[in-house]
Design a protein around this ligand. Structure first.
Ligand code: MRU
Length: 353
């Protein structure tokens, strides 16, 4: 694994524990929190210490490995019950990003294949799998980065929404990984980051990542994107995703749909960087994707600074769905899928090696 791929170590294994950068306090404070149980990791995911679809998936895999290690001295029955409870807690932490469930299914399959092995050996094997998932995520992001970079002309000014960077993955990033790969390939690109209300992943996390790497970045509030597009100041949109339905509809951070509509209006390509683990063929279209509704406090203000009138009613859906017809292309680790559809997505999985 190259050093640059892990410049930002969102998740790291230290002294038998999982360390996660506390993304709630970035960029003011850079600190790691340490976890040693599935319940702890589930709470870290729920409370947004770690966020971003691929990062959540890898964190969950470590969560189960930690639980196995913690319970290895228990009876066979307690161990099995404990891991089942761990999986339940992790699965209940956040509903929208399918990578969480994809990762839990994967580690469950590994565990199921180990019948007859002692608890300690199961714990070792689950930890190996989590390490492999972390390394694999970075390889996948690198592959998507190379495909995606080919879509960006030299000098492109690219809008992104939320944070689909190293912080949202095991490293490199999906949408921001494309920017990193384009820069690595010698292209001059500049990033326009939507601030991404209400949790401010764009202002706090994307801007921070790009500043760290000296990739030119301009921060705008979410309601400025249309103006910038109308003035010819945006050449492409590149976002990540939390779940893509079988027909190509894309769930991503709330506000993404608005950007996609604007991009269509202005004939600007709208790209989605999407590892295969984010495609969910079990949901036919975007209307079946569960959308997380978060606490009203996030909309009423930010942290202790609450600016809205007490007593006002609030909606706080954390994600929205962009219909496939607004998506120019999905960028996967296996190549670029233009005009995603049920046909093209099922063909992608039929061709799985
Ligand atoms: O609520 P978050 O911060 O977990 O939402 C994250 C996003 O919407 C990202 O765009 C998505 O997970 C893709 S991350 C590579």
């Amino acid at each position: 694994m190259s050093v640059t791929a892990r410049k930002v170590e969102t998740l790291r294994w230290r002294d038998g524990k999982l360390d996660m950068i506390d993304q709630r306090v970035l960029p003011a404070v850079f600190e790691y929190l340490s976890y040693d149980s599935a319940a702890g990791v589930a709470e870290g995911i729920r409370s947004m210490v770690v966020r971003g679809a691929p990062a959540i998936g890898v964190a969950a895999a470590y969560g189960l490995a930690l639980e196995a290690s913690r319970l290895q001295g228990s009876s066979e029955n307690e161990f099995r019950q404990g891991l089942e409870t761990g999986i339940e807690l992790l699965a209940a932490s956040r509903p929208t990003a399918v990578n969480l469930f994809w990762a839990l299914n994967r580690v469950r399959r590994v565990w199921s294949g180990l019948s007859g092995l002692g608890n300690a050996a199961v714990a070792v094997r689950l930890l190996d799998e989590a390490h492999e998932m972390l390394a694999e995520d970075i390889r996948i992001n690198r592959a998507m980065g190379a495909f995606g970079a080919s879509l960006l002309p030299d000098g492109a000014r690219v809008l992104t929404h939320c944070n689909a960077g190293a912080l949202a993955t095991a490293g490199w990033g999906t949408a921001l990984g494309v920017f990193r790969s384009a820069v690595e390939a010698g292209k001059k690109i500049s990033v326009i980051a939507d601030e991404t209300r209400p949790f401010l992943q764009g202002a706090r996390l994307t801007a921070w990542e790009m500043v760290q790497e000296n990739i030119p970045v301009t921060l705008i509030t979410d309601n400025m994107a249309g103006f910038m597009m109308s003035r010819g100041e945006i050449d492409a949109v590149m976002v990540g995703t939390d779940r893509v339905a079988a027909n190509g509809d894309v769930a991503n951070k709330i506000g993404t749909y608005m950007v996609a509509v604007l991009a269509k209006r202005h004939s600007i390509p709208f790209y989605v960087a999407c590892p295969l683990s984010t495609i969910d063929l079990t949901v036919p279209d975007g209307s079946a994707i569960p959308i997380e509704e978060r606490a009203p406090e996030e909309v009423l203000g930010f942290r202790e600074n609450q600016w809205a009138a007490q007593g006002v009613s609030v909606r706080n859906p954390a994600f929205d769905v962009t219909p496939a017809e607004l998506v120019t292309a999905l960028i996967t680790e296996r190549g670029i899928i233009y005009n995603p559809s049920s046909e093209s997505l099922s063909a992608l999985f039929r061709s799985e090696p």
